[in-house]
Design a protein around this ligand. Structure first.
Ligand code: GMT
Length: 380
C-alpha cells in the first residue's frame, strides 16, 4: 500500500512512533511517504520505500503567524496526487488531522477519495486540545477522520470524556522493536558515567512542566542520601535550567549529568539501573517502554496510560503524582539489593516484549485495509 504519514519530526514520542511505524511498514513492502517540515529525527536513509517530502512555509511579513496547516494541506494534495498515495495516516489531531481533512476535501474535487487514519497521542487531547480555543477544531478533526486510534485505553477514555466524539476509537498501543535490542549490549560503557558501586538513575524527556522535573531531582536527592548514585538527565526543554539550579541548591550537582538531546538513547539506557517518570499526565509513556526493553526498572506516577506499560510491583513501581517520598522509597526498595534489582530489570524487559512491533504492526495493517476498502463510503 502507498501510505502518507504526517507527524512531528522532533524528539517527542509521537514523532518517534510515527517514524518507527513508517520504517517498519516500508520493511514489510509498503511505500511510505513522510510529509512534515523536517526530516524526522529517527529517520535514517531514504530508499525506494521510504520518501520524505518537506513542507515549506514561505515567510510573508504580512502574516503575524505563518500558515503551516495551509502549506501542509497543499503539500499533501500534491504528494498524494503525484505518488498515487492510497492512505493518509496523521499523528496528532492538531493541526495534522485538521490539515489532513482539508487535503481530503480538496482531493475529492479531483475524484480522489483517500481514507484518513488519525492517531491520538496525548497532548493533542489532554493538554492542548481540550483548551476552549482548539476544542471545536479537535472535535471536528476527530469526527471527520475515517479511523481514529489512541495509544492507550486511558487516552481513549479521556478523549471520550473531554470531546463529543461520534466515532469509534480503536486502541493500538505504542510499540518497540525487540529484535533491535540486545540485552547484553557489548558497547555499554558504564565506567564513563559512574563508579562500579554507584547506581545509575536516568530520566529522559523534553523537560516540559508536565514531566515534573523537580520531582525527578527530589526523588534522586532522597536516593543518593541512602546509597551511592548518579542521575543522568537526557533532553532539552523549558524546565532544564531550573533543574540545574535546583541540583546546585540541593548540593548534588556533581552527581547529576545533564546530557542534552541525544540520538543514542539505547547506549545511555544500557548502563542505567532505574528510570524515573513522575509525570503529571502521560498518555502512554514511550520513554518508560524504551527503558524497559533495555532492562531498566521504572518508578513512575500512576497517571494516564502509564499503568498499562509499567506494571506495579513487576517492572517497577507506581505512585501518586507528586508523592516524591513514596517514589524515593520505592526506588530504594529496588536499588538496595542486587538480586532484587536484577529481578526488576529482567521483569521490565519481559513486560516490554509484550509491546513488540510484531504484535502491533498487524493491528495497523488491519485498520489500513479496512479504511481503504471503505474509502468511498466515508466521504465526509
Ligand atoms: O510528552 C512527550 O514527551 C511528547 C509527546 C508527544 O506529543 O510526542 O508524547 C505523547 O505521545 C507519546 C507517544 O504516543 C506518549 O508516549 C506520551 O505519553 C505522550 N505524552 C503525554 O501524554 C504528555
Amino acid at each position: 500500500m502507498k501510505i502518507a504519514i504526517v507527524c512531528y519530526p522532533t524528539f517527542g514520542g509521537s514523532g518517534v512512533v510515527a517514524t518507527e511505524l513508517g520504517i517498519a511498514l516500508a520493511e514489510r513492502g509498503h511505500e511510505v511517504h513522510f510529509v512534515t517540515y523536517k526530516q524526522p529525527v529517527r529517520l535514517g536513509l531514504l530508499d525506494n520505500n521510504i520518501h520524505f517530502h518537506e513542507v515549506h512555509v514561505p515567510e510573508y511579513p504580512l502574516f503575524h503567524y505563518q500558515p503551516y496547516e495551509l502549506a501542509l494541506s497543499s503539500k499533501l494534495v500534491d504528494t498524494i496526487k503525484l505518488y498515487d498515495i492510497e492512505l493518509l495516516h496523521v499523528h496528532y489531531a492538531i493541526p495534522h488531522a485538521y490539515a489532513g481533512y482539508m487535503a481530503k476535501k480538496m482531493l475529492q474535487e479531483y475524484g480522489i477519495f483517500i481514507p484518513m487514519i488519525t492517531t491520538l497521542h496525548g497532548t493533542d487531547i489532554t493538554l492542548v486540545g481540550k483548551h476552549p480555543f482548539y476544542k471545536p477544531a479537535v472535535t471536528f478533526s476527530i469526527n471527520k477522520s475515517d479511523v481514529v486510534t489512541s495509544v492507550s485505553e486511558a487516552l481513549k477514555k479521556s478523549t471520550l470524556e473531554l470531546f463529543d466524539i461520534e466515532r469509534e476509537i480503536e486502541v493500538i498501543p505504542n510499540f518497540i522493536e525487540t529484535s533491535k535490542y540486545s540485552p547484553d549490549y557489548s558497547d555499554c560503557q558504564r565506567s564513563l558515567m559512574a563508579k562500579d558501586n554507584e547506581r545509575i538513575i536516568t530520566h529522559i524527556s523534553n523537560f516540559r512542566k508536565v514531566k515534573r522535573i523537580p520531582d525527578v531531582i527530589h526523588i534522586f536527592y532522597r536516593i543518593q542520601k541512602e546509597l551511592p548514585a548518579k542521575l543522568i538527565m537526557v533532553g532539552e526543554g523549558p524546565e532544564k535550567e531550573k533543574a540545574e539550579q535546583l541540583c546546585d541548591k540541593l548540593g548534588i550537582k556533581e552527581k547529576v549529568l545533564f546530557l542534552g538531546n541525544s540520538t543514542e538513547i539505547d547506549r545511555i539506557l544500557c548502563f542505567s539501573d532505574l528510570f524515573l517518570l513522575p509525570s503529571e499526565t502521560e498518555s502512554f509513556g514511550l520513554a518508560a517502554l524504551e527503558a524497559m526493553i533495555n532492562k531498566v526498572a521504572v518508578v513512575s506516577s500512576n497517571t494516564g496510560g502509564i499503568p498499562e506499560v509499567n506494571v506495579d510491583g513487576v517492572s517497577g513501581y507506581l505512585a501518586n503524582v507528586g508523592d516524591v517520598e513514596d517514589m524515593a522509597a520505592k526506588a530504594l526498595k529496588i536499588l538496595k539489593d542486587d538480586t532484587i534489582l536484577e529481578q526488576f530489570k529482567q521483569n521490565a524487559y519481559n513486560v516490554a516484549t509484550k509491546f513488540d512491533i510484531v504484535h502491533i504492526l498487524p493491528m495497523y495493517e488491519e485498520i489500513y485495509e479496512k479504511a481503504y476498502k471503505s474509502r468511498f463510503k466515508n466521504t465526509f
